[in-house]
Design a protein around this ligand. Structure first.
Ligand SMILES: [Zn+2]
Length: 432
């Protein structure tokens, strides 16, 4: 297949009247459209306004998809303990499957081809199966919680780690290595030292397994960790082994200078979630400073109950605007940096090689974006358009690993049936 249009190769390289040639699961060539049509005469051409790398959701909760709108305008700890965690605890295997499918379909329809997904304590298999079925690329992990957790979610650390190991053996590298595992403590507040150290040991025992957790999202979380350990949160995570090039920390809103030094020195990845941070009034992550320090910053929508959308385009816009107003500097967090966060930085955080840019020999994770729209007229600068004006809804075509997964509809999944099941499951827990 040849995908043609204005091709965004990477955040600083654009080919006007370009094309991407896809063979199997990889990109065979990128360049001038006329030239490639001549070189590949047997390939079917699909034309779009813009052809771009698939976006990477660097921190999402697909299994919270049934909780969209259940706890708006609420303080974080009430939001978490009174609404979101009880919802997670109440979902049975079928509900979890439906939630994950719904989340992945929303991602694919709006141009996200890879997710780093924080699942729940129970029924994690369902999300792995949903990733297999919908075709999304992802690093997924069952949540670890062994203290300060509501009924139904707290587990013994050894049992939780053993279940994580079973999931690693079953799903890490599954579906042609499209799906991988991350050991996923909820956060330091709900995990004992033994649990956190166990997470590191488990990741070390399996090549390519990552570690993904929430860190320093909120001031009361940081204060609680300090009371528990006498240390700032990032120092504590570093102490128990949860920093490094295989670690993805969501949020990192409240970090001091010495913690930022640790993040930079260890090569720890940070996922910025601006909409979630604004909606829960958590604060403003110092993204411009992280980027200046060379910290790899990805971008994430977080979960439907705190965002309430998995549209990565709105997240790019929010990231740039929030960074500017925070620094009172309109040059801060420019479109190019944000697009990098949403693509190659995310792929780096997830640990997938040859993902996040459109290059010969790289994975064919590609989106086609419609520009025959008022908000896309005119386009003086395609990066500016994608970051500041485009919506996820403008995506009309999504390919992952060379397979078409969205083409103004889902060729492999009955999305109407998923939505029907989701409404029924949401009614069930709302009535409970
Ligand atoms: Zn989260």
């Amino acid at each position: 297949m040849i995908l043609s249009g204005t091709v965004v190769v990477d955040p600083s390289t654009v080919v006007d009247e370009g094309a991407v040639v896809v063979d199997g699961s990889t990109i065979a060539a990128v360049g001038d459209r006329a030239d490639l049509l001549e070189r590949y005469p047997d390939h079917e051409e699909r034309a779009f306004g813009v052809v771009a790398p698939g976006l990477v959701g660097g921190h999402v909760h697909s299994v919270q998809s049934l909780g969209r709108g259940i706890a708006d305008d609420t303080e974080l700890l009430d939001w978490l303990f009174e609404s979101v965690l009880p919802m997670e605890a109440s979902l049975d295997a079928e509900g979890m499957r439906t939630a994950a499918e719904l989340g992945y379909l929303e991602c694919l329809a709006s141009g996200t081809t890879t997710v780093i997904d924080h699942l729940s304590v129970h029924h994690a298999d369902q999300a792995f199966e949903a990733a297999g079925e919908t075709g999304i690329r992802g690093v997924l992990g069952k949540v670890l919680m062994n203290r300060r957790s509501p009924a139904g979610l707290e587990e013994d650390a050894d049992a939780a780690l053993a279940e994580s190991e079973r999931l690693i053996e079953r799903y890490h590298g599954a579906y042609d290595d499209r799906v991988r595992y991350a050991v996923t403590p909820r956060f330091a507040v709900s995990c004992s030292e033994a649990c956190l150290r166990g997470a590191r040991e488990l990741a070390d025992a399996h090549e390519g397994v990552r570690i993904h957790t929430h860190a320093s999202e909120n001031r009361s979380e940081v204060a609680t960790v300090e009371e528990d350990t006498g240390m700032r949160n990032i120092h504590w995570l570093d102490e128990v082994g949860l920093t490094g090039e295989d670690v993805v920390l969501a949020h990192c809103v409240w970090t001091d200078e010495s913690e930022r030094d640790v993040l930079a020195e260890t090569g720890t990845h940070v996922t910025h979630c601006p909409s979630s941070n604004m909606k829960l009034a958590s604060g403003v992550a110092p993204v411009a400073d992280y980027l200046d320090r060379g910290i790899n910053v990805a971008l994430g929508n977080d979960g439907p109950p705190c965002n309430n959308t998995l549209d990565a385009f709105t997240e790019m816009r929010q990231a740039s605007l929030l960074g500017k107003v925070d620094d009172l500097d309109p040059t801060a967090v420019p479109a190019e940096a944000v697009f990098a966060m949403a693509t190659r930085n995310g792929a780096r955080a997830a640990g997938f090689d040859r993902v996040g840019e459109l290059r010969e020999g790289w994975k064919a994770d590609v989106v086609g974006v419609d520009t025959d729209l008022e908000r896309a007229t005119p386009i003086h600068d395609v990066l500016s358009h994608l970051v500041y004006a485009a919506h996820g809804d403008d995506v009309s075509f999504t390919m992952v690993d060379g397979e078409v997964r969205y083409d103004d509809g889902f060729p492999h999944v009955d999305a109407e049936a998923v939505r029907r099941r989701a409404r029924a499951a949401a009614r069930e827990f709302a009535d409970a």
